[in-house]
Design a protein around this ligand. Structure first.
Ligand SMILES: *[C@@H]1O[C@H](CO)[C@@H](O)[C@H](O)[C@H]1NC(C)=O
Ligand SMILES: *[C@@H]1O[C@H](CO)[C@@H](O)[C@H](O)[C@H]1NC(C)=O
Ligand SMILES: *[C@@H]1O[C@H](CO)[C@@H](O)[C@H](O)[C@H]1NC(C)=O
Ligand SMILES: *[C@@H]1O[C@H](CO)[C@@H](O)[C@H](O)[C@H]1NC(C)=O
Ligand SMILES: *[C@@H]1O[C@H](CO)[C@@H](O)[C@H](O)[C@H]1NC(C)=O
Ligand SMILES: *[C@@H]1O[C@H](CO)[C@@H](O)[C@H](O)[C@H]1NC(C)=O
Ligand SMILES: *[C@@H]1O[C@H](CO)[C@@H](O)[C@H](O)[C@H]1NC(C)=O
Ligand SMILES: *[C@@H]1O[C@H](CO)[C@@H](O)[C@H](O)[C@H]1NC(C)=O
Ligand SMILES: *[C@@H]1O[C@H](CO)[C@@H](O)[C@H](O)[C@H]1NC(C)=O
Length: 666
């Protein structure tokens, strides 16, 4: 919730606590009244309450106005429906029943706050008081803290700071703001303003008597200057409250007698008068359903209204003469036989009477709409699908905050308009489905071929030397014929190869120790890892483990070429990878561009192959336990090679259990 919307409530709460210390002139109680030119002023002096007579009027009303500005600006009127003739002297006080009341001089009731008290309250009803709070709220209070009635909940034509009025989501009951009849006549006029929440969607409405005059949505994109910049809603339990979103003291939103919602600001540039900051509706197109059913309103050279594609004016002569409210009708009736399609309209103000179907994908939304015979359009937002049944009313092209609307038309309309709708997407999806089906079949075939090949290889005497896919584990002893490839070096050899572990030769530092680049006569460039962690195993076990790991040979695994074990020094020699590790590529902005999708896919596939080998096809079951981008090295051809596998084994961490005792690495 925005602070702006919370603040007014905090102020109200704060003021409620302050009530007991209000000076006495700010209240009416039994035996105290307001009459004639007397006025009641709020504690901070911001607002005043009293009788007023508008210019050129023969009637008097009880109202609340700003007390701080010279121009009497009435924000609330009590007796709008029962004006007091000017020759009569009225009294505002607490009635015998404890309500706030206005009597005329014959003590006839003109107006009452009309609160029904409980029996207990009735017994002590002579202890109620009326008080004007400094935010302009007139309250009826019983005892010190029990507020029975608030003028804020019975608004006139003005919304002021701290004021909020409600709409009950369950009962649909709500308070409305209603315009004055004329500028000098506070009696209720033809226009009213409020919200209606239907099917999970809140819209604000201005009604002209019983018909909708103007509608706007509670769009959360508040970047464009619209009326929702100034008005917002707060939902508390089942009530939605309308309140000012814009926190400025001398700002009010008023529904004027012509049906315009105006944001007024006092003294904007030293003018010492009320200035209209914003007004809605602004254009003819904003008027409700200006173009009738299926007519779209927008500023265009051919006139404001246009029928949606696939529709034509219902009354063509009226339409030609600019009488648009008849709207449009379908050129071709819908098929209902699965032959209907959707045409996409971009940047639309969505029609009225949306039905929310909740969170679902665009496709699901489309399916829901096509299934329902009366559904004529759908639209999707991030977490909701909306459908519309029957006529589409009040839609238009908008420049900002527009949405895509999919309108249902007969299939032939799509052909007539060059297949531009969502159906084009459907064909794409269909094509994609066919392609992926073929791909899946190919994949299945190759997997079968792969398995077949392994079986063949595993059969003794059938080894054909193709060891690119599977390890050529020597049969018999662990140290077999391939053993000669795994060489042991003296520490002096390594020192020579790395220029005595010179900093210039350092490639990086892994989890198990620093890595240096070195040159060995047998292999050329190699990566030399100087282990800094101590193995929990004895030397012989360590060597055995190393030899086993050295036998894990796969295109996507970094080969262990040799080692050096002298005293405390344990060094591993790996093949050298010129293209560093994957994380360098992923997180370097310049290197990143080298990774096109083909390369990325190749890398992903390679890693998967390597892991599959380690888990399944190698003789030694190896769980990596620290697979991360920095452990994926890349060769010249960007083929990924997994490094640091088997470290868990080397360091004697139990790998036979499926669930390990602690979380290792990534
Ligand atoms: C007020 O009363 C006078 C005389 O009774 C009448 O001429 C005038 O039209 C009335 N004004 C309004 C606004 O009704
Ligand atoms: C006020 O004027 C009306 C007619 O204009 C009259 O009927 C009524 O009796 C008058 N009231 C008083 C208190 O003079
Ligand atoms: C006062 O409230 C009662 C019901 O609580 C209602 O019947 C009556 O019409 C109301 N009177 C006025 C003047 O609003
Ligand atoms: C309220 O009325 C009761 C009896 O009806 C009376 O005893 C009491 O004094 C009255 N209190 C005030 C504040 O008038
Ligand atoms: C309210 O509407 C009616 C008819 O719709 C019209 O005759 C009347 O003049 C309107 N009132 C105002 C104050 O505009
Ligand atoms: C609010 O919306 C519901 C459902 O669309 C409708 O039945 C009701 O009449 C609307 N209320 C007003 C005041 O327009
Ligand atoms: C105040 O500013 C508005 C525009 O922001 C302008 O239309 C108006 O004339 C200005 N009023 C004065 C008194 O300068
Ligand atoms: C269409 O959907 C609406 C709202 O979900 C529902 O009330 C109506 O019964 C549906 N009609 C058909 C024919 O399914
Ligand atoms: C909507 O559904 C998607 C996927 O089903 C989910 O990721 C997303 O969090 C959902 N959004 C909301 C607001 O529930």
């Amino acid at each position: 919730m925005k602070l702006v919307t919370v603040l007014p409530f905090l102020v109200v709460i704060f003021l409620c606590f302050c009530l007991p210390i209000l000076p006495s002139q700010t209240i009416v109680k039994v035996g105290k009244s307001i009459t004639g030119n007397h006025k009641m002023v709020s504690a901070g002096g911001s607002f005043a309450l009293g009788f007023f007579t508008p210019v050129n009027s023969n009637f008097t009303y009880l109202g609340i106005w700003y007390n701080t500005i010279p121009e009497q600006t009435v924000v609330w009127v009590a007796n709008r429906e029962s004006p007091i003739p000017q020759n009569s002297t009225a009294v505002f006080t607490i009635g015998d029943d404890g309500n706030l009341v206005i009597f005329d001089e014959k003590r006839e009731l003109i107006w009452s706050s009309n609160v029904s008290f409980t029996t207990k309250e009735l017994l002590t009803s002579n202890s109620t008081v009326g008080a004007l709070l400094d935010d302009g709220n007139l309250i009826l209070r019983h005892g010190e803290s029990n507020i029975l009635w608030r003028s804020f909940q019975h608004p006139s034509d003005t919304l002021i700071r701290d004021m909020r009025f409600h709409f009950n989501k369950i009962s649909g009951q709500q308070t409305l703001i209603s315009s004055w009849m004329r500028n000098e006549d506070p009696r209720p006029g033809n226009f009213s303003f409020g919200i209606n929440r239907s099917e999970g969607r809140t819209s604000y409405y201005i009604w002209n008597q019983n018909s909708v005059y103007y509608r706007f949505d509670d769009s959360k994109k508040g970047y464009t200057l619209g009326i929702t910049w100034y008005i917002s809603t707060v939902t508390i339990n089942e009530n939605v409250y309308i309140t000012l979103a814009y926190y400025r003291s001398l700002l009010r939103v008023v529904l004027n007698p012509l049906g315009n919602l105006q944001v007024m600001v006092w003294n904007r540039n030293g003018s010492n008068e009320w200035n209209v900051e914003f007004q809605a509706p602004q254009a003819k197109c904003e008027l409700y359903a200006h173009c009738g059913p299926f007519g779209s309103c927008g500023i265009r050279s051919s006139g404001l209204c246009k029928c949606l594609t696939g529709f034509e004016p219902r009354f063509s002569t009226d339409w030609a003469n600019g009488k648009w409210n008849g709207g449009c009708a379908r050129k071709i009736a819908l098929g209902w036989d699965g032959g209907d399609r959707f045409l996409k309209h971009e940047n639309m103000k969505l029609p009225d009477h949306a039905i929310s179907l909740g969170n679902m994908s665009t496709r699901e939304c489309e399916t829901q709409c096509i299934r329902n015979c009366s559904c004529s359009a759908y639209a999707c937002s991030i977490n909701a699908c909306f459908i519309w049944l029957g006529d589409l009313l009040d839609l238009g092209n908008v420049i900002t905050d527009g949405r895509a609307l999919y309108v249902r038309v007969h299939f032939s309309e799509l052909i007539a308009h060059g297949l531009s709708g969502n159906s084009a997407q459907r064909y794409k999806i269909l094509t994609a489905k066919i392609v992926s089906a073929i791909f899946a079949i190919l994949l299945l075939v190759s997997i079968l071929a792969f398995i077949f090949k392994i079986k063949r290889l595993k059969r003794p005497g059938k080894m054909d030397g193709d060891s690119a896919l599977v390890s050529s584990v020597p049969s018999g002893s662990l140290v077999g014929k391939d053993d000669m490839k795994f060489l042991q070096y003296s520490l002096q050899n390594i020192r020579d190869a790395t220029n005595n572990f010179h900093e210039d030769n350092k490639l990086g530092k892994g989890g198990f120790g620093p890595v240096f680049k070195g040159i060995l006569t047998e292999f050329g460039e190699v990566a030399i890892k100087r282990l800094s962690r101590r193995s929990s195993q004895g030397l012989e076990e360590f060597m055995n483990e190393l030899k086993l790991i050295a036998h894990l040979q796969h295109k996507n695994l970094v080969s262990l070429l040799g080692c050096c074990v002298e005293g405390e020094e344990k060094i591993l020699i790996y093949e050298y990878m010129p293209n560093c590790s994957l994380d360098k590529f992923l997180f370097d902005p310049t290197l990143k561009v080298k990774l096109d999708w083909v390369t990325r896919f190749g890398i992903i596939e390679g890693i998967a192959h390597g892991m599959l080998y380690l888990h399944k096809y190698s003789r030694l079951k190896v769980i990596h336990r620290d697979l991360k981008a920095s452990n994926i090295l890349l060769d010249q051809e960007m083929i990924p090679k997994i490094s640091d596998f088997g470290m868990a084994r080397i360091f004697g961490i139990d790998q036979t259990q499926a669930n390990t005792k602690r979380v290792v690495g990534t």
